[in-house]
Design a binder for this molecule. Sequence first.
Ligand code: ADP
Ligand code: MG
Length: 573
Amino acid sequence: TATKETHAFQTEVKQLLDLMIHSLYSNKEIFLRELISNASDAADKLRFEATTDDALFEGDSDLNVFIDIDKENRTITIRDNGIGMSRDEVIANIGTIARSGTKEFFGQLSGDQEKDAHLIGQFGVGFYSSFLVADKVTLTTRRAGLEHEHGVRWESAGDGEYDLDTVEKAERGTEIILHLREEASEYLDDWKLKSIIHKYADHIPFPIRMMGTPAAAEEGEEVKPAEIETVNQASALWTRPKSELTDEDYNNFYKHIGHDFEDPLARLHQKLEGKYEYSLLLYLPKRAPFDLWQLEAKHGVKLYVRRVFIMEANEDLLPRYLRFVRGVMDTNDLPLNVSREILQKSPAMEAMKKGATKRVLSMLEDMAKNAGTADESDEINTDYADFWSEFGNCIKEGIIEDAANRDKISSLLRFATTQSDEQSVSLSEYVSRMQEGQDTIYYITAESLAAAKHSPHLEVFRKKGIEVVLLHDRIDEWLTSHLTEFDGKKLQSISKGELDLSNIGENAAEEKKEQEEKAKAAGPAVEKIKEALGDKVKDVRTTDRLTESPACLVSDQFDMSSNMERILKQAGQ
Ligand code: ADP
Ligand code: MG
């Protein structure tokens, strides 16, 4: 019983389509990358489901993508024999944006083509990019395992509506026919398509096939019919030796797996052999993904077992604070056909997580070490500074979240101080500049850099030439409650508790004596002020903190800082 229906796109889809066609105008060729990437995801899913249900292969386990050009009808067809979709799945996946964060996404669009293209890529508009080159798209699909008569046809001109029909489809999988727009005729050329496939899909571990170009016939010879050829390399990139791979190979793979238009900032490719054997190919993006600060932010590492895709990894594979890392982990030491729950609790997973975390932190340490040095072409290396400005606050989360690696992580921290407005000073750099007799790292937390810099608490530190760390990110309050020591030096807030700076500096002894005399003289005045303020304060003290301001408020050492009070108030607590 065929049922033809017309559905309306979700409002957001319509908006996204309009926007995409405008902002990706000069980047049309990505439609092919996106459709191939979907076909490859569909093959991954089938292979994974088939590990527990071999019947899903329906006797055909040669997973591949076939691309066909029809010049006369001006169509390109992209056909896969992956998992396919049921009618419900088509409705849920095509014509809807199920992802959370859609609103934030629209909020972030700037109108700047390059920036928006980057965001759109991250958001994964995937399938809709078909409309960059097509004015009509026909998708026919059948889910593996369903009867032939449960095929589905989806068709749309990208104008806000789509038709849905139930059809007969003998082969499982998905076929997409793009009816090309006039201005997209260049894609009817097979050389053009092949070059795009090389650019974006060489590393896809499934063959992408096309009809070969027929060889020119010699005089008198018969024209040989064209043969099917595999266009891409079709081997999992991370399994190939480093020596065979170029920067371009690595970067293209990153763009595929990271949904990014830009090259990555850094990468890590390692094969680890010990108790457990696994490969890592991990990347740091140049820019933070749009959902980095959302609670349900996507993790970007994929888990493979013997080259079979198992799952998008989450906290089980890398800690939450490293959620910006993109890439692949592949192991031989996990069984293919067990539940995710069992996988997640396996010692092999745990070992991989530990190893990968360590290696990412080491990569960051190396980047930090090389920061500011010049390479052969005299270009100053700013990778770590760039990294810090995008992901520094994640690293601070690491201090809180990952006690086992706290020492390593604390050496990655960079702060603004009274000597640098930029967040560029490491704690060891601070320590190397400490004054004679100073055994404490001093910091102040405030709402903004300006507020921190102009705090009256800093007066005496300026006078004595003691550097103070200026903390002004929201997370810093939590950071300092977990990071209480570095390199044997205590961290202390200068707006909390008693401050004893009397042993610091060249004239320490004289200053101390002077201060004691002053305190004695002020005794009666302090008593009067205490009486006058009554319950409003805990205590009134003389201080050597101030040089210009007459008085300041100080929290008790173990009380909340005033900045923390402010944050909690804002949060409604
Ligand atoms: P994304 O790939 O980021 O999820 P897309 O717009 O590219 O976004 O695809 C949306 C969804 O449609 C996919 O997640 C998948 O469920 C489904 N889909 C798209 N193409 C295919 C395909 N060739 N085979 C099976 N499912 C597909
Ligand atoms: Mg996709």
